[in-house]
Design a protein around this ligand. Structure first.
Ligand SMILES: Nc1ncnc2c1ncn2[C@@H]1O[C@H](COP(=O)(O)OP(=O)(O)O)[C@@H](O)[C@H]1O
Ligand SMILES: [Mg+2]
Length: 284
């Protein structure tokens, strides 16, 4: 694509959540620390953020940090009935042959957690896209999982990740038994204006590209056009690089970004800064 033209080793703005490209803004670093603390305390934790704000990448970074002390299971698509959810959770946590019935799966998961505890280890179950969980009964299974504990310690930590509507849904009183157990919560905001030039420079550097590739004016335009959402920044940055190559520019300025933003009506459907800011600020 554009790699050869600018001298990149690899593409700098892929869609995949690759932890090698992790940029730790202050907020992101705080989120990572809080989640790590929650996992170590074996809590039930909640992470929300708009589409493309970096939730999945944050879970990957978290898994890299927790190390071998935890057996990590990931439920990536929780559009599951309660029984299906338990079967996936069991397999993810290392149950060798998950059985069919929910009651058997419960027993198998419990045995597995005790086995891990004997080895001086603990379990972490990450449920991504949790806003897609179809039934309340599946949330009830999640709550029951957090019940697995010995007298003095929990055996499993669960991290629920999802879009802001997850938080709205859990506010409803039918979820009170679950939400009372949430020991840590974090809402990922979009990147602030001053973070965008650093974000761009970081990704360019990891991909082996030239320093100062994006001019400050280009970074400002990218922030405005994306609302600071990393996934959108990545899309626009890629297009700007292609535009720059077509123009023979070795640096990306406001002109390249303006050219690609013209006539992009999909931008109108994205959350704007004001909407993003309206969600509750990060708190424990
Ligand atoms: N702090 C960050 N550092 C580097 N890249 C990021 C960061 N946050 C998000 N991204 C990138 O933005 C894109 C969307 O992130 P993702 O984790 O998939 O978002 P979400 O799961 O919230 O929809 C991915 O390409 C990811 O690598
Ligand atoms: Mg995601």
């Amino acid at each position: 694509m554009y790699e050869g033209f600018y001298g990149f080793r690899e593409r700098a703005f892929r869609k995949t959540p690759d932890p090698r490209f992790l940029f730790l803004s202050e907020a992101y670093e705080e989120a990572l620390e809080q989640l790590l603390f929650a996992v170590e305390e074996m809590e039930l934790a909640l992470l929300t953020g708009e589409v493309g704000s970096g939730k999945t990448l944050l879970t990957r970074a978290l898994v890299d940090k927790v190390g071998d002390r935890h057996e990590v299971g990931m439920v990536l698509n929780p559009r599951l009935s309660p029984r299906q959810f338990l079967a996936v959770a069991a397999a993810e946590l290392g149950v060798a042959q998950p059985k069919f019935h929910a009651s058997d799966l419960h027993a198998q998961i419990h045995d597995r957690l005790l086995e891990l505890d004997d080895q001086g280890r603990a379990a972490l179950l990450i449920i991504d896209e949790a806003h897609l969980i179809p039934e309340k009964a599946t949330f009830e299974e999640i709550r029951l999982l957090t019940n697995f504990q010995l007298d003095d310690r929990n055996l499993i930590s669960v991290l629920l990740c999802g879009q802001p509507e997850l938080r709205e849904r859990l506010r409803h009183k039918t979820y009170r038994a679950l939400t009372q157990r949430i020991g840590a919560q974090f809402h990922l905001e979009a990147l602030a204006a001053e973070d965008v030039p650093r974000y761009l420079a970081h990704r360019v550097q990891v991909a082996g590209g030239p320093a100062l590739l994006f001019e400050p004016a280009a970074a400002r335009r990218l922030h405005e056009a994306s609302g600071g959402v990393p996934r959108v920044i990545n899309q626009l940055a890629t297009q700007s690089l292609i535009e720059g190559m077509a123009r023979g520019s070795t640096r990306i300025g406001a002109a390249e970004v303006d050219a690609i933003c013209e006539g992009q009506d999909f931008l109108d459907s994205l959350p704007r800064r004001a909407d993003v800011a309206a969600f509750p600020a990060a708190r424990r």
